[in-house]
Design a protein around this ligand. Structure first.
Ligand code: HXC
Length: 293
């Protein structure tokens, strides 16, 4: 069954004469052509410039089965190719962002299948998207769910969110970047403790340790993530991609190499119309009108 997102607010819109909260004002069905079974896909924000993906397997706490992750990849491809979209928000439900990779699907897999078929390699798509991606995490973000959030560029958490890498309790280890991204985000001691014990941390501990940047009340989280997406989408998409590339290089390059890349990208912004427009707008005391070129 096709499950396009027609947010409740969108439906209410047609029956109300007063304006809705702005984040939902421009909500609309994303694409007449695409059909998804395990996710809801939409465009949010006043300008409809924030791509929105909601994981939607509530009965399995959004366990990340293969089909769901394939759909996430397809939705990301569509947003990446859509010139209107300047940022993407990924969220789950209030109970669970995602409780991990689907254990029932993995239960009987063999090493030969995993290694031979490069099991779960396609998850990487989230970390290769050029447009900024914000994870809005309510509830459980466990195992692959925590890893999925960490593949995003910004993590906002609801105040009841819980993060964990409990794979050790299943006799396995994180396999989608958990040992690497978590360690870079929170440092060795806490990452090691989480990976070796399977213990979870709260939203507050995640904020304190640098895993998430902001915490919001559960019912405001998605709206705030979309608001952040709107801010990002209001800037030059071209230059945002360069900024994202530069920050991400900090995780892969030495300081000298990273600084060199940053300088080259900084120089490259001077080849764009948007850099010229941004500085001219400042001097002329007006708002910049970026055209992504
Ligand atoms: C498949 C899952 C699931 C998962 C929950 N469910 N997590 N199904 N895979 N990861 C299903 C349950 O089987 C159950 O379905 C339903 O969701 C509700 O879950 P309950 O356990 O009844 O809920 P609750 O008691 O509230 O406990 C919530 C929970 C627990 C603490 C999140 O479900 C849990 O510990 N889940 C597993 C978390 C985990 O180990 N994640 C890491 C997975 S490995 P039924 O039909 O039985 O009622 C991983 C590796 C990644 O992610 C490697 C690289 C990608």
């Amino acid at each position: 069954m096709a499950m396009f997102c027609r947010s409740t607010a969108f439906l209410i819109k047609s029956t109300r004469s007063v304006p809705l909260p702005y984040t939902f004002a421009a909500a609309r069905k994303y694409s007449a052509g695409e059909q998804y079974q395990h996710i809801l896909v939409d465009k949010k924000g006043e300008q409809g410039n924030v791509g929105f993906i909601q994981l939607n397997r509530p009965k399995a706490l959004n366990a990340l089965c293969d089909a769901l992750m394939t759909e996430v990849g397809r939705a990301l491809d569509a947003f990446e190719a859509d010139g209107e979209i300047g940022a993407i928000v990924i969220t789950g439900s209030e109970r669970a962002f995602a409780a991990g990779a689907d254990i029932k699907e993995m239960q009987n897999r063999t090493f030969q299948e995993c290694y031979g078929g490069n099991f779960l390699a396609h998850w990487n798509r989230i970390s290769t998207v050029k447009k900024p991606v914000i994870a809005a995490v309510n509830g459980f973000a466990l195992g692959g769910g925590c890893e999925l959030a960490m593949m995003c560029d910004v993590i906002y958490a609801g105040e009841k969110a819980q993060f964990g890498q409990p794979e050790i309790l299943l006799g396995t280890i994180p396999g989608a970047g958990g040992t690497q991204r978590l360690t870079r985000a929170v440092g060795k001691s806490l990452a090691m403790e989480m990976v070796l014990t399977g213990d979870r941390i709260t939203a507050q501990e995640a904020k304190q340790s640098g895993l998430v940047s902001k915490i919001y009340p559960v019912d405001q989280l998605v709206q705030e993530a979309v608001r952040c997406g709107e801010k990002i989408a209001g800037n030059s998409k071209l230059v945002s991609a360069m900024a994202k590339e530069a920050v991400n290089s900090a995780f892969e390059l030495s300081l000298a190499e990273g600084n060199r890349l940053e300088k080259r990208l900084f120089h490259a912004t001077f080849a764009t119309d948007d850099r010229k427009e941004g500085m001219t707008a400042f001097v002329e005391k007006r708002k910049a009108n970026f055209e992504d070129k």
